[in-house]
Design a protein around this ligand. Structure first.
Ligand SMILES: Cc1cc2nc3c(=O)[nH]c(=O)nc-3n(C[C@H](O)[C@H](O)[C@H](O)COP(=O)(O)OP(=O)(O)OC[C@H]3O[C@@H](n4cnc5c(N)ncnc54)[C@H](O)[C@@H]3O)c2cc1C
Length: 415
C-alpha cells in the first residue's frame, strides 16, 4: 500500500475541521487534506435546521446548514482538498492515517501535523444503564433529528424525553411542531442541563412540562414501548419510593449527553482527560504527541458552535506554527486542575508565564460567584461573575506574569 505524504491532515470536516483547515491555510500551510466519512462537510450542522447558530461569530441568527455553508464556501475559495465518504480507521503515534473509501479502498497518509476534529457521539440507553426492557421506539435525540429533518421520517405520536440537554430540548419543540404530543422532559438533576434560552423557546413556549429531579425506573412494552414509569429522585439521585408515575407514550427520546469521539486518539496513544472525555492539551491545543492538535467537540463538548469555530481557528494557527518551527517547545508547564465547584477545565497544561485563556464549566448553577485561580497556595487571579451555569462554558483570561514559581499546579475554583 502506497503512503502519501501531506503537510497537514484534518480528521473530520464538521465546523471544527473546516475552521481549523481555513485558519491553517491563512497562516501559510499550503498542503492540507480534510477527511470526512459523510457525503459532504458540515458535521452535525447539516441536520440542525433550527436557527440559533452564529449569534456570537456573525451577529446573525443562522440555521445550522447556513452556518456550515459560510465555511464550505471559504474551503472552496481557499481550494482546500476534502475527501468525503472516507472513513479514518486508524491513527498511529507517528501520524500515519489509515483510511478507507469506495473509490480507493484502503489507503495510508503520513502527515507532518494532524488536527483531530472528529466531534462527538450520543450516549445511548446502554451507556446510561437505562432501567427496563428494550422495545422499539427508543431513540437518541440526534438520531430523531436526522430522521425527521434529513429523511422525512416521523418516529411516533406521543413522546417523553429523558434528559434536558440542548439536543433534547430542540427536539421537544421540533416534535411539537410536527404534531407529536410531547408529554414531558424528565431531568434527574435539580437544574436543566440545556441553555436557558432553549428552556424558554423550546419548552415554555410550547407548554411542555419539565420535571426536574425525575428519572425513568421502568419501561413498559414488549415489541413497541407503551409507557414509561417516572419517579422523583432524592439528593443522591436515588428514586424515591411512592413517587412512581406512569406516562403513556410510544416514543422515548434520550438526550443524556454527548461523548467526545476519541477512538482514533486512543489508538495513537493520546492521553485523555476523564472529566472532559477529550485529549489533554497544552495551551496551544497540542496533545501529548507533538504535532497532533485537537479542537471542537472531540476536545470537550461545546454549547454553541461559534466557540467550536473560534477554538478550531486557534488550533489551525498553532498547527501552522508547529509546521514552521518543527522543534519541540521546551517551555515549562503547570498542570491546571479543577478546584471546588468546577466541573472541568481546558486546556489542562499552561505555560508558567500565564497570559492564557482558561475555559471552564461549573458543577451547578450559582449566582454572584468569585472564580479564583491559584498557583500553589497563592492567588494569582480572581474575577467576579454575575452567574454561572453548567450549560454555559465560561472563560477567565490570565494576565502575563514574569514571576517564577516552583509550583506544579494551577487550580481554578469557584468560591
Ligand atoms: C442536535 C444538536 C443541536 C444543536 N444546536 C445548536 C444550536 O442551536 N446552536 C449552536 O451554536 N450549536 C448547536 N449545536 C452544537 C454544534 O452543532 C456542535 O457544537 C458542532 O457541530 C461541533 O462541531 P465539531 O466539528 O466538533 O463536530 P461535528 O459537527 O460532530 O463534526 C465531526 C465530523 O467528523 C467526522 N468524523 C468523525 N469521525 C470520523 C472518522 N473516523 N473518519 C472520518 N470522519 C470522521 C464526522 O462525520 C463529522 O462530519 C447542536 C448540536 C446538536 C447535536
Amino acid at each position: 500500500m502506497n503512503t502519501d505524504r501531506r503537510e497537514l491532515v484534518v480528521i473530520g470536516g464538521g465546523p471544527a475541521g473546516m475552521a481549523a483547515a481555513i485558519s491553517a491555510k491563512e497562516s501559510g500551510v499550503e498542503d492540507i487534506l480534510i477527511i470526512d466519512r459523510e457525503y459532504k462537510p458540515g458535521g452535525i450542522l447539516k441536520q440542525c435546521i433550527h436557527d440559533g447558530f452564529g449569534l456570537h461569530k456573525f451577529k446573525k441568527v443562522l440555521t445550522g446548514p447556513e452556518y456550515a455553508h459560510k465555511y464550505i464556501k471559504r474551503l472552496e475559495e481557499h481550494k482546500i482538498e476534502i475527501n468525503t465518504k472516507t472513513l479514518v480507521t486508524n491513527l498511529s503515534q507517528n501520524k500515519i492515517i489509515t483510511a478507507y473509501n469506495s473509490s480507493n479502498g484502503m489507503f495510508k497518509v503520513k502527515a507532518d501535523a494532524v488536527i483531530l476534529a472528529m466531534g462527538s457521539r450520543e450516549k445511548t440507553a446502554g451507556a446510561i444503564q437505562l432501567a427496563g426492557t428494550r422495545p422499539s421506539g427508543i431513540y437518541t435525540a440526534g438520531l430523531v433529528q436526522k430522521l425527521i429533518n434529513m429523511k422525512n421520517i416521523m418516529v411516533g405520536k406521543e413522546a417523553v424525553i429523558l434528559g434536558s440537554g440542548d439536543v433534547g430540548l430542540i427536539m421537544a419543540r421540533r416534535m411539537a411542531l410536527e404534531g407529536v404530543k410531547v408529554k414531558a422532559v424528565l431531568e434527574i438533576m435539580p437544574h436543566a442541563s440545556g441553555l436557558p434560552r432553549n428552556i424558554n423557546q423550546c419548552l415554555k413556549d410550547y407548554s411542555i412540562p419539565l420535571k426536574l429531579n425525575h428519572t425513568i425506573v421502568e419501561i413498559e412494552g414488549q415489541k413497541r414501548i407503551k409507557s414509561i414509569i417516572a419517579a422523583k429522585v432524592d439528593d443522591k439521585l436515588r428514586p424515591i419510593p411512592n413517587t412512581k408515575e406512569e406516562i403513556i407514550c410510544d416514543t422515548l427520546i434520550l438526550s443524556v449527553g454527548l461523548i467526545p469521539e476519541n477512538e482514533l486518539s486512543r489508538q495513537a496513544g493520546i492521553f485523555l482527560d476523564n472529566k472532559t472525555g477529550g485529549p489533554l492539551v497544552k495551551n496551544n491545543l497540542e496533545t501529548n504527541i507533538p504535532g497532533i492538535f485537537a479542537a471542537g467537540n472531540v476536545l470537550h463538548i461545546h454549547d454553541v458552535v461559534d466557540y467550536v469555530s473560534e477554538e478550531a481557528s486557534r488550533a489551525g494557527r498553532f498547527a501552522a506554527d508547529f509546521l514552521k518551527n518543527k522543534s519541540l517547545s521546551q517551555d515549562n508547564y503547570l498542570s491546571v486542575v479543577s478546584g471546588k465547584g468546577v466541573k472541568y477545565i481546558v486546556p489542562q497544561l499552561v505555560k508558567t508565564n500565564l497570559k492564557q485563556k482558561i475555559y471552564f464549566r461549573p458543577n451547578k448553577p450559582i449566582t454572584n460567584p468569585k472564580v479564583v485561580v491559584r498557583i500553589g497556595n497563592e492567588i494569582c487571579f480572581s474575577e467576579k461573575f454575575k452567574a454561572l451555569h453548567p450549560s454555559i462554558m465560561q472563560k477567565v483570561i490570565l494576565p502575563e506574569t514574569s514571576k517564577s514559581t516552583k509550583a506544579k499546579f494551577l487550580e481554578v475554583a469557584i468560591e
